[in-house]
Ligand binder design. Sequence first.
Ligand code: F6P
Length: 473
Amino acid sequence: MNTTSPLQCKAWGQLGVHAESWRTVHLRELFANDVARSFQFVAEAPGLRYDYSRQRLGAMTLRLLSRLAEERGLADWRNALFSGRHINNTEDRAAWHTALRASDAPPEVRSTLSRMKELASRLRSEKRFTRIVNLGTGGSDLGPRLVADALADQRLDVRFAANVDPKDLERALEGADPQSTLFVVVSKTFTTQETMANAEAAKRWLGERATKQHFVAVTANTDFARSFGAEQILPMWDWVGGRFSVWSAVGLAAMCAIGPEAFQEFLDGARDIDEHFAQAPLEKNVPALMALIGVWNTNFLGEATHAVLPYSNALRLLPAYLQQLEMESNGKRVDREDRVVEYATAPVLWGAEGTVSQHSFHQLLHQGTHTVPCDFVDVSSNEVLSANARAQADALAFGTDAPSLPAYRQYPGNRPSSMLFFEELTPRNLGRLIALYEHKVFTQGVVWNINSFDQWGVELGKELARKILKGDR
Ligand code: F6P
């Protein structure tokens, strides 16, 4: 499998030269000179349309980017991903999250999913527990929190506590009755300081009622979970990374919030995108296009950040989710051969829900000194939201051509963005949306020759905090 530097790829050099010809081209001219542009630069995947016509690129750019993906050996890497090969080289593990939603999922995946469904159905119908509190952080929190926040049907009151700051758990327990509160302790390692502190605090809060029945654990470390005293322990596997784990038992709190049928649809949506990613040719492959366009913006147009703007209150947590997915995966400075890289990797990802964001940082997007490529996510049949998303994308792309106005009234435009359209926010579409970004991240990791599946960068801070707490520093 190709682990050379992308700098050695012919297409990388060609893209560098090609980028020079884009320095002075304005999106306004591109649309004026090509009426077909808004049809040409669009791709479809199950349930969604990806419009990248407002990106600063042309047909030649796409050809070169496709060539780059081929030279990087994307097809081989993709096969390795789907077949569970140990592509996480520094930890000698697979990154097999696609197996969690595959139609031929391994037996342990199927039996765990059945146990989850049985438990969630019981909890939702019996109502012995009316408050479910997920204790976890990072990948053991952000995914189920996003899904529950987006789609909860209110049958159960599902809350989340992630911070070691006791205030977080305190808030999650506001108005709760210990008798009817169930804690789902989610930690792949079952050693994460924040989660363990919150789990111990939960025991104290339950007091004498702190029996096993009030705790379910989701972990790869069953011994620790057993000695903590959880009644039910659902497995995680070392071949699923935390930030790719919402499809596993890590999604239990989400399943409690949205119901087992909806959760199954969520899995089915991800599988739709797995199949699309595996089969669609590069020029029609939405996650691959998202990735390659990101590479173009980062490495050839020199943009250092990327904003994700879901025009949907239900998706207000999407930027936070994607921050972990993209930046913990591809925020790397060393390649697969342990060499320090000489090119940029993951941009800083940020964002917030539109239209709220319009009254905040969009000033910078339109008139600031940084150019920030944006993804507008439109999942709504609400015409006000859709109109605003489209208006923002147009304003960024075209700006104003009114030289007589004072400079502070002018909008330079030529600021790139893409639009992702879904008809509505169903569980299936949410699964599709998340899986799109997962495969985008994977593809970029292949292009940049980095391991997207480890996270050594978070360890030093944890170690120093431990030392400081022990008084060793
Ligand atoms: O500190 C980073 C991290 O390891 C993430 O990668 C992970 O999602 C999170 O902590 C939680 O880890 P665990 O599930 O082991 O508690």
